[in-house]
Design a protein around this ligand. Structure first.
Ligand SMILES: [Zn+2]
Ligand SMILES: [Zn+2]
Length: 298
């Protein structure tokens, strides 16, 4: 089941025929080699060495008739769960702003709720002793709280999670059908592994958190793992691999998201460039600036 990176024609075919699109979209979706690296051959412990992925072309995505926003279901809700202590947590406000720019949709953050033992099963991890919450309880709770105008509702937490007693931990879990998900940022803090936080760790923690939020919310729109380019939607088997992923989408995945939401790519890139620069993702801000120029034909 060794993964062989696709050749250039396969990558172009995955993007699909662009001839009916506007000139701006055609330029934005052309796989310019200066902006988009082809996916490399995976290392032995990387996602694609361990997990078989079929890949999902734009044509397959369209045919799958995935969940998409409507006039009535058009808000992404964030539900903070438990404490987000400022010195060791990403800023909810910045996460919300990044997600709003990324999806070009309204993103609302709900008042935080306590991790009440009567609502959520908790345990101590049998190996490490840290506290964990059972994901299924959170998903069941969210299903009862889905606002009428919600496209989806995503619980975010600094608590560690587990999906069932036999498992060590899980980064997150979602039900696409029910439009609910829960994601933990606990393991993105170096202190979780008893490592020193080091200079710039706040930006690192925020970047990792924005990345997982955008990736997992991407799944909510029916985007499968990307097997064509280095892309935010690449699967990830370990932290070093997810740190290598960019915070932006390749042309295949951008086309899927654009067709689902219908945003203006230039407006979206401009918003992403601004928020990335504000929060200190300078390399990404520069990348968005270059893409804006390309999409404008400059
Ligand atoms: Zn994923
Ligand atoms: Zn992609």
């Amino acid at each position: 089941m060794a993964f062989t990176p696709p050749d250039e024609k396969t990558r172009r075919d995955a993007i699909g025929d662009l001839s009916e699109l506007s000139a701006v979209l055609q330029r934005a979706l052309t796989p310019d080699i200066n902006s988009f690296d082809p996916i490399p051959k995976p290392g032995p412990s990387d996602w694609l060495a361990v997990h078989e992925e079929r890949g999902q072309t734009f044509g397959e995505f369209k045919a799958a008739q995935t969940n998409r926003p409507t006039q009535t279901r058009r808000v992404i809700y964030l539900q903070p769960l438990g404490d987000f202590a400022p010195e060791r947590s990403p800023s909810i406000n910045k996460l919300q702003k990044f997600a709003a720019a990324f999806f070009a949709m309204e993103v609302k953050s709900l008042p935080p709720i306590n991790i009440d033992a009567s609502k959520f099963t908790k345990r101590r991890n049998p190996y490490t002793g840290n506290s964990q919450i059972l994901t299924g309880d959170v998903l069941n709770f969210l299903k009862t709280r889905l606002p009428a105008d919600a496209f989806c509702i995503l619980a975010i937490t600094m608590e560690d999670l587990y999906p069932e007693p036999a498992w060590n931990f899980v980064f997150g879990q979602a039900s696409l059908r029910d439009r609910v998900g829960v994601y933990s940022f606990a393991r993105y803090d170096p202190a979780f592994y008893c490592q020193s936080r080091g200079p710039g760790y706040e930006t690192l923690l925020l970047r990792r958190s924005c990345k997982v939020l955008a990736h997992e919310t991407g799944h909510m729109f029916g985007l499968a793992h990307c097997t064509f380019f280095n892309c935010l939607m690449n699967g990830s088997n370990h932290l070093a691999e997810s740190d290598r992923r960019p915070l932006h989408l390749c042309p295949v995945c951008l086309r899927k998201l654009q067709s689902s939401i219908g945003f203006d790519v230039l407006e979206r890139y401009t918003a992403l460039q601004q928020i990335s620069r504000t929060v200190g993702f300078i390399d990404e801000a520069d990348w968005f600036s270059r893409r804006i120029k390309t999409a404008r034909g400059q």
